[in-house]
Design a protein around this ligand. Structure first.
Ligand SMILES: [Zn+2]
Ligand SMILES: [Zn+2]
Length: 288
């Protein structure tokens, strides 16, 4: 019996070796600037490879095969425009927020123990679920209220065919809201700091994935069952048909409230579900 309890405890603290890597770097990790460096560094590190693919691989056969809108070229002016706004958003809004955090936020507490595995996974999932709901409401409001769409969220919709740098092609108010929600969600669950940093990395990954403009067979939307996860084809469709697919990560709210539009697959292929959706939409428009 004692042995079994010990095995369960050991499995629970499977993250301890990873957490022990902090030793010797505590001063850096305690700094309120650390999460900002992780999120900004991770964002750029993740986006650059996809940008290189868009620049150097566009004539390769596999590129057109997996691109969701293969007829839309990611030309140099588009890259320049999105990179310029991303750069200025970082300088004008993210940097000052980081400095404010550095001045006013106390150093992060680093517990001796890693979070138990189940708690770690559950907290990440719970934070994603809460953010998904909050952003769904924010997103819907910023589409339905004309003023908010025209002056804030409409900027993100300048691009109907997303590519990686469109992820943070955002009005500052949207950038600040997203940052604020992502940060404060972890307070609901009193998360371990390893969980907080991992959740930030996961949510950035999903947001970037939503804008890569590709539907690779290894992406999560092909592996998570019951169509629970949206992924890049679903958000790509939101940029094509902005009054659909408001939910950023999952599908349940869009399906529940009738805003779900079946996505377009790799190579611009329209599934039967999407063709049926478009036909129904045309017919209801004709009926007025
Ligand atoms: Zn988008
Ligand atoms: Zn939108």
């Amino acid at each position: 019996m004692e042995n079994n309890t010990q095995i369960v405890e050991e499995a629970d603290y499977i993250l301890q070796p990873l957490w022990d890597l902090r030793k010797g770097y505590e001063d850096y990790l305690r700094s309120p600037l650390f999460p900002v460096f992780v999120s900004v560094g991770y964002y750029f590190g993740l986006c650059v490879p996809f940008m290189l693919v868009d620049i150097f691989c566009k004539n390769m056969q596999w590129y057109k095969k997996y691109k969701i809108q293969p007829d839309k070229e990611v030309a140099a002016p588009l890259l320049w425009d999105t990179l310029t706004l991303t750069f200025w958003n970082n300088i004008m809004f993210i940097m000052p927020t980081a400095v404010a955090q550095w001045i006013w936020t106390p150093p992060t507490e680093l517990p001796e123990k890693a979070p138990p595995l189940f708690e770690f996974l559950w907290h990440i999932f719970a934070c994603l679920l809460v953010f998904d709901f909050q952003y769904y409401v924010w997103h819907l409001t910023h589409h339905k209220i004309r003023f908010l769409y025209r002056h804030i969220h409409g900027l993100h919709h300048r691009y109907h065919a997303p590519f990686v740098w469109v992820t943070q092609y955002l009005h500052p108010w949207e950038l600040i809201t997203v940052g604020l929600l992502t940060t404060t969600n972890t307070w609901f669950f009193n998360c371990h700091c390893l969980t907080i940093w991992s959740y930030m990395v996961v949510s950035i990954s999903i947001s970037v994935e939503g804008h890569i403009g590709f539907d690779f067979p290894w992406l999560l939307n092909h592996w998570i069952p019951y169509g629970f996860f949206g992924g890049s084809p679903k958000h790509d469709m939101h940029h094509q048909k902005p009054m659909t697919n408001y939910q950023p990560f999952f599908n349940h709210l869009d399906k529940m409230f009738g805003s779900f539009c079946p996505p377009m697959s790799a190579g611009g292929v329209k599934s039967k579900a999407l063709q049926d959706y478009e036909r129904r939409h045309r017919e209801s428009k004709k009926r007025g």
